[in-house]
Design a protein around this ligand. Structure first.
Ligand code: UDP
Length: 460
């Protein structure tokens, strides 16, 4: 009997706890789809805030719990508010979650018994509830293994870690534990925000208490780091990523995807378009928007640009801001601007030759899996780590850091899309895609890790 059939036979249910932001909703619903196609029934538990669209997932049960935040969809919060938001969600959701779990455990039929709680690591209250109810709790890291490790390494106040860091440490270019990643990238946000330090400590402790950790990564992308994560956390680690390729799931976008950009891409030459998107949380000021617009216009490359409502501090939408002279410089049909794109479809489109990204981990994996080279503009948090991986470790992208200025943008785009330097980077990106494809195929590392995960859940 296959593991999938075995799971079905026992009618095991998994309760999947989702953290309510786009970059977490997508991978958690993808993971739920993977587990469902391996025979588990799925209940998605999510806060009221930023509720996913239930009708896109008819096979799942959904439970929404009060989070005390807001009844309306607000999609993103500012990065500075993140630690406070995470703490509030954890404080407010724990009691309703525990009540819900107690009810279903009392009511459940033996053939549909709860096999465990799979929770986004940011929803750490779920681990406490799972412990209390003597259920296995499996923590999910939707970002790189390196960021999980960074949380553990950079949280100490006692001299064993890097916080508080001295000036000399902040000059260090290398983190001994994390090859090729810059120390300053990891400490910079934490040093400025004590709430974030505290959050890292809680996340690390919860992860150590989980029965296992699922990471949305591919073994070969983070081989050394995964070994260190394993040593540090001492629980089974399952790198089964990239989730979006293992079980392509329905859209979980909170904003409506504008599919017109696909017909626009159909009209462009192969690998000619630079796709520009900075994800669901970043924001910029009007001046930065205008510099990007000028850089794109002057680059003379076709571009598809996502300007999310709310991403420019001030006016609602870029059309109100971009001067007529911008469209005059962008000759007929060379540019397309949308509020939200079907990103995975865009990156898989043959016309796309480069991705100017903020390096959110989902965007990074989506680009890697389509062999699209990147221009990296990290804004905060783990985006800095992903950018280092892309540019310095895998060498499939170029850094675009510092002040956004039209000349620098034009040059960066041309280096990636036109110059011989870009040709080499593109070749490496294609090589990385092939390796990623192999890991997903039968006997590849992600395929094997997924089978081991299913076995782990069934034997818990
Ligand atoms: N995304 C999308 N359309 C867009 C921009 C982003 O569907 O126009 C998706 C993207 O495919 C990814 C997620 O939104 O799955 C963003 O997650 P990521 O980790 O890259 O960044 P975050 O938004 O968390 O900063």
């Amino acid at each position: 009997m296959t593991e999938k059939q075995e799971a079905k036979r026992h009618g095991r249910r998994l309760v999947v706890v989702v953290y309510p932001f786009q970059g977490h909703i997508n991978p958690m619903l993808q993971l739920a789809t993977i587990l469902n196609s391996n025979g588990f029934s799925i209940t998605i538990l999510h806060p009221e805030f930023n509720s996913p669209n239930h009708s896109n997932y008819p096979d799942f049960s959904f439970v929404s719990i009060p989070d005390g935040l807001s009844k309306t969809n607000t999609v993103s919060v500012s990065p500075g508010d993140l630690a406070a938001t995470i703490s509030a969600i954890n404080r407010n959701c724990e009691a309703p979650f525990q009540r819900y779990m107690e009810q279903i455990l009392e009511a459940e039929d033996p053939p549909d018994r709860v096999a465990g709680v799979i929770f986004d690591g940011f929803m750490y209250f779920a681990q406490r509830v799972a412990n209390h109810l003597k259920l296995p709790g499996i923590s999910v890291r939707t970002s790189a293994a390196a960021s999980l490790f960074a949380f553990a390494v950079f949280r100490h106040h006692d001299g064993h870690g890097y916080i508080p860091f001295q000036d000399s440490l902040s000059q260090l270019d290398q983190v001994p534990e994390l090859e090729a990643l810059k120390l300053k990238d990891i400490i910079v946000s934490a040093a400025a925000n004590p709430a974030l330090l505290e959050l890292r400590a809680v996340l690390t402790e919860t992860t150590k208490n989980a029965s296992a950790v699922i990471v949305n990564t591919i073994h070969f992308l983070e081989q050394q780091t995964l070994t260190k994560v394993q040593e540090c956390f001492q629980v089974p680690i399952f790198p089964i990523g990239p989730f979006h390729k293992l079980a392509p799931s329905s859209s979980s976008s909170l904003l409506e995807e504008d599919t017109n950009c696909i017909s626009w891409l159909d009209k462009q030459a192969p690998e000619s378009v630079i796709y520009v998107s900075f994800g669901s949380m970043t924001s910029m000021d009007e001046n930065e928007l205008l510099e990007i617009a000028s850089g794109l216009a002057n680059s003379e490359q076709p571009f598809l640009w996502v300007v999310r409502p709310g991403s420019v501090r001030g006016p609602e939408w870029a059309d109100e801001l971009l001067p007529k002279s911008f469209w005059e410089r962008v000759e007929e049909g060379r540019g397309c601007i949308v509020k939200w794109a079907p990103q995975k479809e865009v990156l898989a489109h043959g016309a796309v030759g480069g991705f100017w990204s903020h390096c959110g981990w989902n965007s990074t994996l989506e680009s890697v899996c389509e062999g699209v080279p990147m221009l990296c503009r990290p804004f905060f948090g783990d985006q800095l780590l992903s950018s280092r991986y892309v540019c310095r470790v895998w060498k499939i992208g170029l850094e675009m850091e510092g002040v956004l200025e039209r000349g620098k943008i034009e040059k960066g785009i041309r280096r990636l899309m036109v110059d011989s330097e870009g040709v080499e980077i593109r070749q490496r990106a294609k090589g990385l895609k092939e390796k990623a494809d192999f890991c997903l195929s039968e006997d590849g590392s992600s395929y094997n890790a997924l089978n081991e995960l299913v076995q782990h859940i069934l034997s818990s």
